[in-house]
Write a protein that binds this ligand. Sequence first.
Ligand SMILES: [Zn+2]
Ligand SMILES: [Zn+2]
Length: 284
Amino acid sequence: MIPLSNYHSHCTFCDGRSTPEDFVRFAISKGFRAYGFSSHAPLPFETFWNMSKEDMPEYLQEIERLKHKYKDQIEIYVALEIDYLDETYNASLPYFRELPLDYRIGSIHFLPASLPLLEKNMVCIDGAFENYRLSLDQVYHGDIRKLVEHYFDTTLKMIEAGGIDIVGHIDKVYMHGEKCSGFSIDADWYQKPFDDCLHLIAEKGLMVEINTKNLRTKRQLFPNMAYISKLQKLHIPVMVNSDCHYPDLVNDGREEAFKLLLQTGFETTRELVNGLWEDIPIQR
Ligand SMILES: [Zn+2]
Ligand SMILES: [Zn+2]
């Protein structure tokens, strides 16, 4: 028995492919105990995958409705996946702090290459590889080390800025990075800034998700499975999240991720139980 929960998910309020209620129904059918929505939070510019601020009241209302409707079958939580862009736009803004959310995930999808904060000035580390490669050439003159440095430097600033409970897909930069020449995940120039982020997370008492979105299809886990032991050594609390955009993927990769956690020496995952985070033993 593994705790069936997911705290990172998307729905039609951002780029998820189905309504929140569909995701809840799937989660119930798979026997989930807890399910959290974490729509991509509004940005200072519109993208195809972010929520707009105007939809926020309806989002909060709809998840609240589902909380009540299904309260005898599943615990439902409302959250956001909030981008850290720079010091002026991140989860520590009063706007995000004041929203009635159960928790906040901080993630990096964009690195600003220049100002103002517009999509055309962003290096997108998620999305299509072709765009990543183009930015690598144009912004970092083809030097993958520079891109990685920028990524972890921004991650460190996100952790420092606060306003978040969970760090989302902490090392997503390697997803496309490993396809670029000169990349080496075990090199000092990669591991040192990654370690710095983990140490700051431990110091701040934040959680890190084990993100299984690409596990089954691409054999990629975030954090990379070779390094989850680093989190264990620092006693960083973790939970397994599928980051699903399709209802049938709510449970994707969970079983394998739990096996890996057990093999690594993790004995608990951090879970929301009646609205409070608790360390729940992983049962073999
Ligand atoms: Zn994300
Ligand atoms: Zn996500």
